[in-house]
Design a protein around this ligand. Structure first.
Ligand code: MG
Ligand code: FE
Length: 169
């Protein structure tokens, strides 16, 4: 059974749109809860703004390629359980678990946009390719920031926890 590559591109755009909706939910819950990690909180706030734009850009791509929106809720539901399981909101080390989840999520996003860029290129959709390249750069920047600050966040958590201060958020 033959599949038009464009149909795969549309399906992957829908998945990415659902992924970004989930990202907004996850990042917002982290932002609300963080108190003692101002640098992390500020970077998450910046990435929420970026993520909201990404969601709009993907919706515009879907509208343009005729992907509609009827399947968006289904796709979002598939990712919800996984993201909630990773979020670590109720863990005693939630800032550490949250950083781990965010680092993992950003790398899932990076892979998703690399796939979309290759698919958009394969079908000759230059607009989708360019949009996904711009989003990919933001995901890489967020992943790099988390990578650069993971040690620091861990040390801050350990020293606060050792001193009997609120460490988890
Ligand atoms: Mg994103
Ligand atoms: Fe992201």
């Amino acid at each position: 059974m033959a599949t038009d590559p464009r149909d795969n591109l549309v399906a992957w755009l829908r998945d990415a749109h659902a992924m970004e909706e989930q990202a907004i939910t996850m990042l917002n819950s982290q932002l609300k809860r963080l108190e003692h990690y101002p640098a992390l909180k500020a970077r998450i706030g910046q990435h929420i703004d970026e993520t909201k734009r990404q969601e709009q850009v993907l919706q515009a791509c879907l509208d343009r390629v005729g992907g509609g929106s009827s399947s968006l809720k289904d796709a979002a539901g598939k990712l919800t359980a996984m993201a909630q399981g990773m979020s670590g909101v109720f863990a005693s080390d939630e800032v550490v678990k949250g950083s781990l989840a965010s680092y993992t999520f950003e790398h899932m996003e990076i892979a998703s946009y690399r796939i979309l860029i290759a698919a958009a290129e394969a079908v000759g959709d230059a607009q989708t390719k360019a949009a996904c390249e711009r989003i990919l750069a933001e995901e890489i920047a967020m992943a790099d920031w988390l990578s650069d600050h993971m040690d620091d966040i861990t040390r801050q958590f350990l020293s606060r926890d050792e001193a009997g201060l609120t460490a988890k958020r």
